[in-house]
Design a protein around this ligand. Structure first.
Ligand code: ADP
Ligand code: MG
Length: 354
C-alpha cells in the first residue's frame, strides 16, 4: 500500500467521525480549513522532512534547511489561497548536531523567511534522536469565510495555469546526487523570486552558474505566497494545488478531487531556463523533468473563462503560464505534443511506492 492509498483509507475513516461541523476541509487537500468565529476561516498544514529521505545533510546547509522546512508549508498555505500568520516548528536531532552550529543556523534560515512574509514562530518542540534529523513544520493562515481555494473546484472549460518555471528543482536534485554542492551562503541568500537569471546573465553565463541556480531551486524553494494571497483574496482561482510531488501527479490529484480531466499543451509548459540550457545537452529530457520532477513548489491553478482577464501578469515578479484546459472526461489527463496526443500518467514522487 503506498502513501496515497493509505491516506484514502484514513480519509474514509475520519469522514464518518467528524466531531465538529467547524472542520470545513479535512484530509485530502493541501491544508485543512477550520471555521473560526466571525468571518474568517483558519487554514492549517503540517509537513515532515526526514534526513536521508527528504534531504541529505552533506548537501543542505543548515540555514537552507531551515528556509526549506518553512517554505514547503508556506507553499501549502499559498495553495489554499490563504495568508500565512503563524508557524510551529518541531525538530529532532542527534546530540552531535545539538552541540555544533546546526540548530542556530537552521533557525536563522527559518526566521529569515518567516520575517520576509510576516509569519511568527509561535511554538514547537525539540527532541534528541538516536540517528538523523526530523523536522515537522506547521503553518497556520487565514482566509475570508468560504474563500479557501480547494483542489475540488475545477470545472470543464476552466483554463489551467502554473506560476514560475518548472523542472529546476528536479534537475537540482540530480545534480546534487551527482556531487554538485551549493557554492556560498552569500549567493544563496539572495531572493530568488527575482528573475531566475542566477549569478550572471546573458553571454557570460557559465555552466557553473546554471548548476548553482538549479541546486538552489532544490535546496531553497520560494513559496508563491504572494500569488496565493492574490488568487484567494480576489477569488480568481476555482481550484489550486502546489507542485510538490510533480506536475503529472499533482494535476491528477486536482482532477480526481474535482472529478474532471485535463488537456495539457506540452509547448506551453514553462521550462526552467537552466534546465533547458544544461539538461538538453546532458541527455536529460527537460519536459520529463517538468512533468514528473517534484519540489518546484510552484502553484497549479484553474480559472474560469470569465475570470482569466482579471489575472495579473506578475505577482512579486513571478510570471504565470496557461498550460491547458480542464475537460469533462473524469480523471483523464492528456498531453498534446507536436500534433500527437498521449495520456499523462502520474509519475511524480510517492512515499512507500508499491
Ligand atoms: P501535500 O503534498 O500537499 O503536503 P500530502 O500528500 O502530504 O499533501 O497529504 C495529502 C493529504 O493527506 C493532506 O490533507 C494531509 O493533511 C493528509 N495527511 C497526510 N498524512 C496524514 C496523516 N498521517 N494523518 C492524517 N492526514 C494526513
Ligand atoms: Mg501541497
Amino acid at each position: 500500500m503506498n502513501e496515497f492509498e493509505f491516506l484514502d483509507c484514513l480519509r474514509r475513516q475520519t469522514d464518518s467521525r467528524r466531531h465538529s461541523t467547524r472542520l470545513l476541509t479535512g484530509i485530502g487537500d493541501d491544508a485543512s480549513v477550520i471555521s473560526e468565529s466571525g468571518n474568517r476561516d483558519l487554514v492549517v498544514t503540517t509537513d515532515l522532512l526526514v534526513e536521508g529521505v527528504d534531504f541529505y545533510l552533506d548537501a543542505a546547509p543548515a540555514h537552507l534547511l531551515g528556509h526549506k522546512a518553512l517554505a514547503v508549508s508556506l507553499s501549502d498555505i499559498a495553495a489554499m489561497g490563504a495568508r500565512p500568520f503563524w508557524t510551529f516548528l518541531s525538530i529532532g536531532m542527534p546530540r552531535e548536531r545539538w552541540e555544533d552550529q546546526f540548530k542556530d543556523e537552521f533557525f536563522n534560515g527559518c526566521l529569515a523567511l518567516a520575517d520576509h512574509f510576516g509569519v511568527t514562530l509561535s511554538g514547537g518542540d525539540v527532541s534528541e534522536t538516536r540517528t538523523g534529523i526530523v523536522i515537522d513544520s506547521i503553518v497556520l493562515g487565514e482566509v475570508n469565510s468560504g474563500a479557501a481555494v480547494k483542489r475540488s473546484g475545477a470545472r470543464a472549460g476552466d483554463q489551467i495555469f502554473v506560476t514560475g518555471r518548472l523542472g529546476g528543482a528536479a534537475a537540482g536534485l540530480k545534480l546534487i546526487e551527482n556531487g554538485a554542492r551549493v557554492r556560498s551562503p552569500a549567493v544563496t541568500e539572495r531572493n530568488s523570486n527575482e528573475p531566475q537569471a542566477g549569478i550572471t546573465a546573458g553571454a557570460s553565463r557559465t555552466d557553473g552558474d546554471s548548476i548553482q541556480s538549479l541546486v538552489r531551486r532544490q535546496l531553497r524553494p520560494d513559496p508563491r505566497t504572494g500569488w496565493g494571497i492574490v488568487l484567494g483574496e480576489q477569488q480568481l482561482a476555482s481550484a489550486m494545488i502546489d507542485l510538490s510531488d510533480g506536475l503529472s501527479s499533482d494535476l491528477h490529484h486536482l482532477c480526481r478531487e474535482s472529478n474532471v480531466g485535463a488537456s495539457i499543451d506540452a509547448a506551453s509548459i514553462p521550462l526552467d531556463d537552466d534546465v533547458k540550457r544544461l539538461c538538453g545537452r546532458r541527455a536529460l529530457d527537460p519536459l520529463a523533468l517538468a512533468l514528473h520532477g517534484g519540489e518546484d513548489f510552484e502553484l497549479l491553478f484553474t480559472v474560469s473563462p470569465g475570470n482569466v482577464g482579471r489575472l495579473p501578469k506578475k505577482v512579486d515578479g513571478v510570471i504565470i503560464s496557461q498550460i491547458g484546459t480542464i475537460t469533462n472526461e473524469a480523471r483523464a489527463v492528456r498531453v498534446l505534443e507536436k500534433g500527437r496526443e498521449w495520456e499523462l500518467q502520474p509519475k511524480g514522487f510517492v512515499h512507500f511506492r508499491s
